[in-house]
Write a protein of this length. Structure first.
Lengths: 209, 259
């Protein structure tokens, strides 16, 4: 069973639908027993870092997620879930879970593309991946594959070893993070068509050694 | 770099898709769930559904369509048409839409944008704008006026002012439809599109007038649009999404080429 963590951070049904469509059993839950007995964890989320951290603490899920990481349980962070595993977010000046060293930063408001045109915030739509590292969850990725992003903040890991891919939006930011049993995407695999479903499927079968 | 999005638009009445020419004489062309699957597999970057069901009692048919679409396609899609309040928004989002678009209701009650943004997040809230060129005047300095009720009612509101205001209220995106261009297949309203896009910081989807891939190229470059809505040119099989993207790629417009 895969536990999709419910911490009042947006509508999680799309993640549940995609995982079920792929034929894996999953449950949207904030029940500590259920999460503890799950085989793997998906940590999604849409919304603001401050409210999300408040909910995690209130539900007692902050320490549970940290423990799951220590125990070696496979975990997939998505969007806000990816930001929350960092040390600290500039959004609402929020101390986060400190699983990965580094801050979550806001895109600069005067951000420009290489040709000098103004870029809009949030970064919303389809974008590609660069500097992709080898990882079991990223098998069957094609060079031109793109993923669906919606975010105004991005994770910035201190250790470049933790960065599995970068994406260009005026600046180059970490679009995927990997560390031991954790993989985390700034984009939404559940909304990214074939390559997104492929990544989700790989995660659902991944056994980190 | 971010790709420009190509978005087929499906009008749905009582659970069936139609395509209106200038909002009149709708012709029935099929099942929305099957059409959604078709465009998903054909490389559409996103889909837009407009519920044009007249009777409010029959609107739960649309919720069922949204639920079945969400189980079938794994790209974002928005749903609009007849969204009157936050409860209507919630029903559509819970059924599985990524975004909900408001048009007439937002003009009459600005609070629906701010409430929706606060509850569901700005990224869920699309402002639909139907705009007509009326000439510059004291009341309408940009020359573009907001119309509602499917293009029938002039509101005396300047389109540019409304776009800027809606962004402040919390809209996360604007779907900008030119009533003058809609259904003509003569090309998008480039001047209107660039005017709005350059004066807001949220993405603008251009709508109305697409007849060939060159029109998309124009609106995504000169028109400064972030995305382009298409309907007849793909619904009737004149072009495929793939052909449009190949053309845009050859013009140097960044599009998603792998799906």
């Amino acid at each position: 069973m895969i536990a999709i963590i419910d911490y009042d951070a947006g509508n999680l049904a799309s993640v549940e639908r995609a995982v079920s469509y792929l034929g894996f059993k999953c449950i949207v839950t904030n029940n500590i027993k259920t999460i503890n007995s799950s085989e793997r964890i998906i940590f999604p989320g849409v919304g603001a870092a401050g409210a999300a951290m408040d909910s995690l603490k209130r539900l007692g899920l902050d320490s549970l997620i940290k423990q799951a990481v220590i125990d070696g349980k496979p975990m997939l962070g998505i969007c806000l879930g990816t930001q929350i595993i960092m040390e600290y977010s500039e959004e609402n000046e929020t101390p986060c879970l400190k699983i990965i060293d580094g801050f979550v930063k806001a895109f600069p408001s005067d951000i420009k593309s290489k040709d000098g045109s103004r870029l809009k915030i949030p970064h919303m739509g389809w974008n590609g991946l660069e500097n992709i590292k080898k990882h079991p969850v990223l098998s069957n990725l094609h060079e031109e594959d793109e993923f669906y992003f919606v975010h105004g903040y991005y994770p910035n890991p201190n250790d470049s070893e933790h960065i599995l891919s970068t994406t260009d939006y005026g600046i180059s930011f970490a679009s995927m993070i990997g560390f031991n049993n954790i993989i985390a995407t700034q984009f939404h695999p559940e909304k990214s068509g074939r390559p997104g479903l492929s990544l989700l499927k790989n995660f659902c079968m991944w056994n980190p050694s | 770099m971010l790709s420009k999005r190509i978005i087929p638009c499906l009008d749905v009445r009582e659970g069936r898709t139609t395509k209106g020419i200038r909002f009149e004489n709708n012709v029935d062309i099929g099942d929305p769930v099957e059409m959604a699957r078709f465009y998903y597999e054909a490389g559409a970057d996103e889909l837009v559904f407009y519920d044009i069901t007249a009777s409010h009692e029959k609107r739960n048919i649309m919720i069922d369509v949204v639920r079945r679409v969400a189980e079938t396609i794994f790209i974002p899609f928005s749903v609009g048409g007849g969204i009157r309040d936050v409860d209507d928004m919630r029903n559509v989002l819970l059924a599985g839409a990524e975004k909900v678009s408001v048009n007439s209701a937002a003009v009459k009650n600005h609070g629906i944008i701010s409430q929706g943004a606060e509850i569901f997040g700005s990224q869920c809230i699309v402002l639909g704008m139907d705009v007509k060129y009326v000439g510059e005047s004291v009341n309408i300095p940009s020359g573009y006026e907001i119309v509602i009720n499917g293009g029938r009612k002039y509101m005396g509101i300047d389109a540019l002012k409304w776009a800027v205001k809606a962004q402040k209220l919390g809209a996360g995106e604007i779907c900008l439809n030119s009533i003058d261009a809609d259904g003509t297949q003569d090309g998008y309203e480039l001047k209107l599109t660039s005017l709005i896009s350059e004066n807001v910081s949220i993405p603008v989807i251009a709508s109305g007038g697409a007849g060939n891939p060159g029109h998309l190229c124009e609106v995504l470059t000169k028109g400064k649009a972030d995305a382009a809505l298409i309907a007849s040119m793909v619904h009737y099989g004149t072009y495929t999404v793939s052909e449009i993207k190949t053309y845009l790629d050859s013009c140097g417009v960044k599009v998603r080429k792998s799906w």
